[in-house]
Design a protein. Structure first.
Length: 92
């Protein structure tokens, strides 16, 4: 996998024609929404792993309004690794 930077975004290129572009200048909330709603399980895992830090950064009200609905959705994620990681951040 090769990656390169282009004008404020990271472009990760895989062997095929799939490109994954992520704006580097997203706010914490924009980044959470982007990764939490991604079709790519790896990006949803990024959201889960950054969840606590993002919640601290955006505050209580924004966490309840924006992050918790994503957490609820990801609790039923089709990818088992996403669900396992989410449980690992909250405990058993």
């Amino acid at each position: 996998t090769r990656g390169k930077q282009q004008a404020g975004r990271v472009v990760a290129r895989s062997g095929g024609s799939d490109n994954v572009e992520v704006q580097e200048n997203f706010s914490a909330l924009e980044r959470a929404r982007h990764f939490g709603n991604s079709k790519l399980s790896l990006q949803r895992l990024v959201f889960v792993n950054e969840l606590v830090e993002t919640a601290h950064e955006i505050g209580y009200e924004a966490t309840v309004r924006h992050l918790l609905p994503l957490v609820k959705k990801l609790a039923d994620d089709a990818e088992v690794l996403v669900r396992q990681s989410l449980v690992g951040h909250f405990g058993d």
